[in-house]
Design a protein around this ligand. Structure first.
Ligand code: ATP
Ligand code: MG
Length: 314
C-alpha cells in the first residue's frame, strides 16, 4: 500500500469514527428530558436535587421504563439525557448523582446490588460475604453519602431470565423500597419491549413504572427525519446524497424500523463509498453494507430485491 493510500485509509477511519460518535438530537431527547424532570425535584429549601415525592398521586412516582426494540437507541438516549442534565452533574455535595448499571449475568438480587455498589466506587465487596439484604443496605448508605438521586438499570429485561428461577420479583420489591424510602432514588429501567410486559405481570398492582416507548420508525411520519439523517452523514463524509426513490423505505425496512439500526446502516454504506473512492452514495453501497451485516443471498438483500418489503428480517 502506498503512503497516500495509507493516509486515505487513516482519513476514512477518522471520518467514520466522527460519524459513529456524533449524537443527533431528536424530538425524543426533549421528551425524555421532560420525563426525567418529572422524576426529580428540589428539596424543601429549594437546594439539593431529590427524587420527586413518591406519594404524589399524579406525577411520575419515581419509576420510568424506557422500552424499545434492540438498536432503537435506548442506551444512547438515556445516557445523553443524563449527561446533559444540568442538575445531574457531579458536585462536592453530590459526587455521584446518577448511578448507571447494566444487569449482570446471572441476574440475581445480590449480583445486581454488587454491580450497583461497584459503580459507587465501593471496594469492600471482596472481603464481605454479604447477603443480598446486606448488599442493598450498603447501596442505601452509599446513595445517601454520594447524593445519588437516580439509578439507571440498562438491559433490564435480563432481570427476567427464561427457564431459570428468576429473582425479578425480589429485585423489583427492593427497587420499590429504594424508591419509597424517605430521600429515596428515582429508578429508570431500560430494555426491549418484553420488559414492560414482564413488569406489568410482576408489578401489576403497583404500576410504579411509567412507560417511555421508542416506537418503530414510520416511513410516512419519519421519512423526512430519515432523509435528513442521510444528508447529515453525507455532509460529514463529503459525499453526494443518493437519489433512488424508495431508498428511505428500504432503509427503514433493513433497519428493522429501529432508528439506531437505520443510522448504523447509513454509516456503514458511507464507509463503503469512501473506501471505493466514490463521490456519491448509491443504493449499491447500502446493498454491500447489508451483505456484510446479514451474510444473506441476493434475493434477501433489502437494497437489491424488487420484493424487498416481503423479506422478513425477524
Ligand atoms: N440520537 C442518535 N444519534 C446518533 N446515533 C444514535 C442515536 N441513537 C442511537 N444511535 C446509534 O444507534 C445504535 C444503537 O443505539 P443504542 O445502542 O443506544 O440502542 P439500544 O436500544 O440501547 O440497543 P440494545 O437494545 O441493543 O441495547 C448505536 O450505534 C448508536 O450510536
Ligand atoms: Mg442498549
Amino acid at each position: 500500500m502506498t503512503t497516500s493510500e495509507l493516509q486515505d485509509r487513516g482519513m476514512i477511519r477518522e471520518i467514520v469514527a466522527g460519524m459513529r460518535s456524533k449524537y443527533i438530537t431528536l424530538e425524543r431527547d426533549r421528551k425524555i428530558r421532560e420525563r426525567l424532570d418529572r422524576l426529580l425535584s428540589m428539596d424543601a429549601n429549594g437546594n439539593s436535587l431529590i427524587a420527586a415525592d413518591d406519594s404524589r398521586a399524579d406525577g411520575e412516582r419515581r419509576g420510568l421504563a424506557v422500552v424499545g426494540g434492540a438498536g432503537s437507541g435506548k442506551t444512547s438516549l438515556i445516557n445523553k439525557a443524563v449527561d446533559n442534565h444540568p442538575d445531574l452533574q457531579p458536585s462536592s455535595a453530590a459526587p455521584i448523582p446518577v448511578v448507571r448499571v447494566t444487569v449482570p449475568n446471572p441476574a440475581t438480587s445480590k449480583s445486581l446490588a454488587f454491580e450497583v455498589l461497584k459503580k459507587t466506587g465501593y471496594t469492600e465487596l471482596a472481603k464481605k460475604r454479604a447477603t443480598a439484604w446486606d448488599a442493598w443496605n450498603d447501596v442505601r448508605v452509599r446513595f445517601k453519602l454520594l447524593g445519588t438521586v437516580l439509578l439507571v438499570i440498562d438491559e433490564a429485561q435480563d432481570m427476567f431470565p427464561r427457564g431459570s428461577k428468576s429473582e425479578a420479583h425480589d429485585i423489583l420489591r427492593t427497587l420499590k423500597t429504594l424508591m419509597q424510602d424517605e430521600g429515596g432514588v428515582a429508578v429508570v429501567l431500560c430494555g426491549i419491549e418484553t420488559l414492560f410486559e414482564r413488569l406489568s405481570v410482576d408489578f401489576q398492582a403497583d404500576r410504579r413504572f411509567k412507560k417511555f416507548e421508542l416506537g418503530p420508525v414510520n416511513v410516512t411520519a419519519d421519512g423526512k427525519l430519515l432523509r435528513g439523517l442521510v444528508s447529515t452523514y453525507c455532509d460529514m463524509a463529503e459525499v453526494a446524497r443518493p437519489e433512488p426513490a424508495d431508498l428511505i423505505e428500504r432503509l427503514a425496512h433493513a433497519g428493522r424500523y429501529r432508528l439506531g439500526l437505520c443510522i448504523e446502516q447509513i454509516i456503514a454504506a458511507i464507509e463503503i463509498a469512501l473506501m471505493r473512492g466514490d463521490k456519491t452514495l448509491e443504493i449499491q453501497h447500502f446493498a454491500e453494507a447489508f451483505f456484510e451485516q446479514e451474510a444473506c443471498e441476493v434475493g434477501r438483500n433489502v437494497f437489491l430485491s424488487p420484493r424487498w418489503s416481503k423479506i422478513d428480517l425477524g
